[in-house]
Design a protein around this ligand. Sequence first.
Ligand code: PRP
Ligand code: URA
Length: 209
Amino acid sequence: MQGVTVVDHPLVQHKLSIMRKQETSTAGFRRLLREISLLLGYEVTRNLELTTTTIETPMETMEAPILEGKKLVFASVLRAGNGLLEGLLDLVPAARVAHIGLYRDHETLEAVEYFFKAPSDLGDRLVIVVDPMLATANSAIAAVEKLKERGATNLRFLCLLAAPEGIERFTKAHPDVPVYTASIDRQLNEKGYILPGLGDAGDRLYGTK
Ligand code: PRP
Ligand code: URA
């Protein structure tokens, strides 16, 4: 699928299978999501632009590669996005963070916004939107719309699981935003849950129900 990268690394797939199991504990789910975020983060940052700077090693002077441009932004879609965010910040500790509070209305499945806070210069930075689940895509579409309204022009979307229906809707709404996911599952059920999926990511991450 164009603009969609499935991260099929064996470690990602193994950890994801454990996360899917209903008997996996909250602590286990949280730890695995953090571990997977490191591997997904590696993939979503693979083609970041580099420049060089002159440094002195103990042996000689060299032109050493460093990341080009302003620090990137991780935009976490609350709540479950924070489960990916923590590991990503281990990988890129100097990254800036945006928080986007959205929840799905359980009747309409529309995304309802309750919080937004982001760096003011989004237009100068790569923005990586993170949320473990892309189901109907209502949340992801709304999050990216909001970031674009606030000036973001260079975005990527990183999730753990996606439904084919969600991918189709998201890529139609935001064809300029590449999607990275560990799996494209079979389908959505009538309540907008991903099958086979892993259940409600926020509830499993935080032990709520
Ligand atoms: C979950 C998930 C996504 C959204 C995906 O959040 O973390 O944000 O559902 O579904 P969609 O693609 O159909 O919009 P939820 O709304 O349950 O909120 P929570 O993270 O606070 O539990
Ligand atoms: N949100 C979740 O947390 N899980 C799903 O399966 C769909 C949306």
